[in-house]
Design a protein around this ligand. Structure first.
Ligand SMILES: [Zn+2]
Length: 420
């Protein structure tokens, strides 16, 4: 069993910096999925694997799989994504892939590993260009709705279908990516990612055990009243749609506070507000407001949604307006595997002396794997909680510790799966 391995950790960090130098501008990382810089990043990975005599093989959805056969067909998968948002950071996604590369290096030299190891570089985790995140992993999980993504276009009007075709992926056959998991004996999926939040930093901890990914309920509400002149309409006679939306937004914060427990960190966010007619001299007749609610516990999430619905009707009534809800997106909570959580906790504790546990607010490819096999994630400290920007960072001493903890988790998982 390996313990803290500064050489391996520093090699991963050097790889991360090398890849960032190759795929960034002064504004940050530019590895947007289905674009030329993304292809360059994937070419970099191909080159990095060639000394190991390993070659990435694309599935029907454009996910790249690297297989290191072991004594047994029982398989441990390590995943991440090389794609970034425009002007992104050097760690989001790439950390997972490059620590997986290092794990392969460790097992590719020397005798055959006891179980088969696979590295997957998911295609289009971010959804930055076409608005559909987790595209590759959702296809592999059999959960992608082709008809839903078929009409998608990017900001320049390029059709998703054409962008995919340029990278050898056909909308008609991309669901064949399901075969990738169907044909193997997958026993564990491990993913390392930066936290993208301030929790580990606030505790000054290098690494944390991720309990699962939040379930999500995302809806758009439309309050409709009556636009009217701001000078001539007395307050009691107004039907101000924005006031209902504003009261709703404040109540959403209270809903999140009511259901928060230490470590559970439930959240509600009203991120979009659109008011009509949108002129300074008119009472708003229409207000659209979005609500994004997340929780790790299914029942808590359902309660939060119900409470938000009730609150919206109450504020609509109080302001003499109507309200309608339209669903935008939802995802079930995906709690991770208890046994892998235990191995992750041991690994983080052995390397860093403590093992904080936290849920994941952002979605990750790992969530798509939960119905298919035991899954766990490990988070690394995120400086100032920033991600999706060029300031995204993890101080080197924390990154070294977190990488070592993850490599130890791979070792523990391989040993555990070999014995099962
Ligand atoms: Zn990511």
């Amino acid at each position: 069993m390996h313990t803290f391995d500064a050489v391996a950790a520093d090699r991963v960090i050097a790889d991360l910096r090398g890849l960032a130098a190759l795929t960034s501008t002064p504004d940050g990382a530019q590895r947007v999925a289905w674009g030329p810089v993304w292809s360059k990043a994937r070419g970099w990975l191909r080159d990095a694997l060639s000394p190991l005599q390993l070659v990435p093989v694309a599935d029907a959805a454009g996910n790249n799989w690297v297989t290191l056969p072991g004594e047994s067909e029982k398989t441990v998968i390590v995943g991440g994504h090389l794609d970034s948002v425009p002007n992104g950071g050097w760690l989001d996604g790439t950390l997972g892939v490059l620590v997986g590369l290092e794990a392969l290096r460790r097992y590719a030299t020397g005798s055959k590993p006891p179980v088969t190891l696979r590295l997957v570089d998911w295609a289009d985790e971010e959804g930055a260009r076409f608005g559909k995140s987790l595209m590759g992993s959702a296809a592999a999980a059999g959960r992608l709705d082709i008809n839903e993504i078929r009409p998608l276009k990017d900001a320049k009007g390029v059709r998703l279908e054409d962008a995919l075709r340029d990278h050898g992926v056909s909308l008609e056959t991309m669901m064949n990516a399901r075969k990738e998991l169907g044909g193997i004996d997958a026993r564990a999926y491990l993913e390392m990612h930066i936290e993208q939040g301030p929790v580990l930093e606030s505790m000054n901890k290098s690494a944390g055990v991720v309990l699962g990914t939040f379930g999500l309920e995302r809806n758009m509400l439309r309050f409709v009243g009556q636009a009217a002149h701001s000078g001539s309409t007395p307050i009691p006679m107004r039907r101000d749609a924005f006031l209902a939306a504003a009261a709703f937004a404040l109540e959403c914060r209270e809903i999140a506070r009511r259901h928060s427990k230490p470590g559970a960190g439930v959240v509600c966010t009203c991120g979009v507000v659109k008011v009509e007619p949108g002129i300074v001299t008119a009472v708003p007749g229409v207000a659209e407001i979005s609500i994004d609610q997340r929780a790790l516990d299914r029942d808590v999430l359902a309660t939060m949604l119900r409470e938000a619905q009730e609150a919206s009707r109450r504020f609509a009534q109080e302001n003499n307006v109507t309200v309608e809800w339209s669903p935008l997106f939802r995802i079930e909570p995906r709690p991770f595997d208890p046994h892998l959580l235990q191995l992750c906790e041991e690994s983080v504790r052995e390397i860093t002396g403590d093992a904080p546990k936290l849920p994941s607010g952002p979605l990750h490819d790992a969530a798509e794997m939960v119905p298919h096999m035991p899954v766990v994630m490990l988070f690394a400290y995120s400086a100032r909680g920033l991600s999706h920007c060029k300031e995204e960072d993890t101080p080197e001493e924390h990154l070294e510790q977190a990488i070592s903890a993850f490599l130890l988790l791979v070792d523990k998982t391989v040993a555990s799966v070999a014995q099962s």
